[in-house]
Structures are given as C-alpha cells and as structure tokens.
Design a protein. Structure first.
Length: 269
C-alpha cells in the first residue's frame, strides 16, 4: 500500500471523525446539560408550546390551554401591595401611645352615626370590604430551561412540526453521535443523521441570509458560519458514503463477523 492510499484509508477518515466530534459533542453537552434564560417573547412562545421553566409554578389546565403559564418572577405577593402595606402600618401606630400613656392626637370632629341617621332619616350604608386583587401578570416573564430549546424556537420559526421533539432528537444525535463517531462506531448512521441536521440548519439559517444579501455581500461572521456548515456537511456526508476508515471499531467488528463464517466453511470443506 502506497503512502497516499494509507492516508486516504486511515488518516483522512480519522481526521474527519475527530472534527465531527469536536463540532457536535460539546454542542450536544451544552444543549442537554446547561441551562439558558429565555426572556420576552421567546419565553412566552416556549410556554405556549408546553415548555415549563425551572422556576415556573405548577400549571393549571386553563393556563396550559391558554399558554399563559408564567414564572415566579412575575408573581407579586399581596403583602407587598400598596394597600396592604398602608393598612398594616396604620394599625400598630396606636399601640405605642397606649403603652406609654401619652395622649393620642385628637381625631377630626365627625358627626356620630346616630345623629346622621336622625337628621337625614336614613341609616348609614354598611362598609363593604373590597377584595384585594393582585396586579396583572406580565406575559413576558423569563424562563430558565435547557439550551436545546433554542433549537425548538428555530424549528418553530421555520414552521417545522413537533419542534420540541425535534430539538430533543437533535441534541441526542449531537451528544451520542459525537461520542460514537470519533470511535468509529456505527459511523455511517451518525454521518447520515449529522448531514441531515446540517442541511436543515443551512436551509433555515444561512440560506435566507444569502438570498437577502447575496453570496458576495456577506459579512465575516456570516461567511464563517456558512462555510462551517458546508464543510461539516461534506465531512458528515463523506462518513456516510465512504465509511469510517480502517482505524475504527466498525472495521474491527464487521471484519471479524465476516471472517468467522469463512473459517467455518473452510474447516467443513
């Protein structure tokens, strides 16, 4: 075997699998294991899709149906309301005066209730206690959840059905597939799934920018993103079409499984 053939069958497939692992494995770990704070309309849209935040209270069925589940940050206790605070502060004000024996300030002169009833001929209206209500809750309370729900928002904006399930599947492929592809275990399967994910990302993120600005008017950051997606797509597609190479578990496992029946036939012959 010539050096070029050795490099083509051993070194290049190994380097391609290492690059795919470096691109997918850390991203899958961050999507599944790290929390992200979603604010404003992103948080509200996730709640409408049925995603609960870590700090969200237990939802009611009516709130789930309306997509109105909100975080603890938007709830204001009744003790902190202006009306409740003023009434609590006014009640204990007379207690120190009675304890020290000091004369309390004279209250403004008012007519007694009986005199008012005699002069007007009507009984005074009973005092009606108004129920204390909490202020309106903000529908844009923040939401803290896994990072994979950024993929949910991306799929939802692209009008892809089942965005939550798709986000979990993509994160699983990123984490498990990134670990298996560097070992060369079921590399063709992971290469196919990774190429599909990269093609979907290119169509939903890079292709609209290219159509709007043109391929020769992209900024440095946008151009790097487009080239990275295309390069990783080529590597993943190569792992699917060509295979993992000689330095992989697939080659070791499937070569043994192919040699075993051949040995049995030769012995029987």
């Amino acid at each position: 075997m010539s050096p070029s053939q050795f490099a083509a069958t051993n070194i290049l497939p190994l380097l391609a699998r290492i690059v795919l692992c470096m691109a997918f494995l850390p991203q899958g770990w961050n999507n599944l294991m790290r929390d992200v704070e979603y604010t404003a309309r992103d948080a509200q849209r996730l709640r409408e899709l049925g995603v609960r935040g870590i700090t969200d209270p237990d939802p009611r069925k009516a709130d789930v149906a309306l997509g109105a589940i909100r975080g603890w940050e938007s709830f204001e206790p009744q003790d902190q309301m202006p009306g409740a605070a003023s009434s609590k502060q006014a009640a204990p004000s007379a207690a120190p005066a009675a304890a020290t024996g000091a004369a309390a300030p004279a209250a403004p002169a008012t007519k007694p209730a009986a005199q008012d009833a005699g002069t007007t001929g009507t009984a005074p209206a009973p005092a009606v206690e108004r129920p204390v209500t909490t202020p309106a809750l903000s529908p844009l309370a923040p939401l803290t959840q896994r990072g994979l729900y950024t993929l949910t928002l991306l799929a939802d904006r692209a009008r892809i059905p089942f965005p939550v399930e798709i986000a979990w599947a993509v994160a699983g492929v990123q984490l498990v597939g990134g670990a298996c592809v560097v070992l060369g275990l079921f590399s063709r399967v992971w290469g196919l799934l990774m190429s599909v994910i990269l093609a979907a990302l290119f169509v939903t993120t890079s292709l609209p920018v290219i159509k709007m600005q043109g391929p020769f008017s992209l900024g440095a950051e946008q151009q790097n993103m487009v080239l990275a997606q295309l390069g990783l797509f080529v590597l993943a597609l190569g792992a699917f079409l060509v295979g993992p190479g000689a330095m992989s578990l697939d080659r070791a496992i499937f070569r043994r499984s192919r040699r075993t029946p051949a040995k049995g036939k030769s012995k029987s012959a």
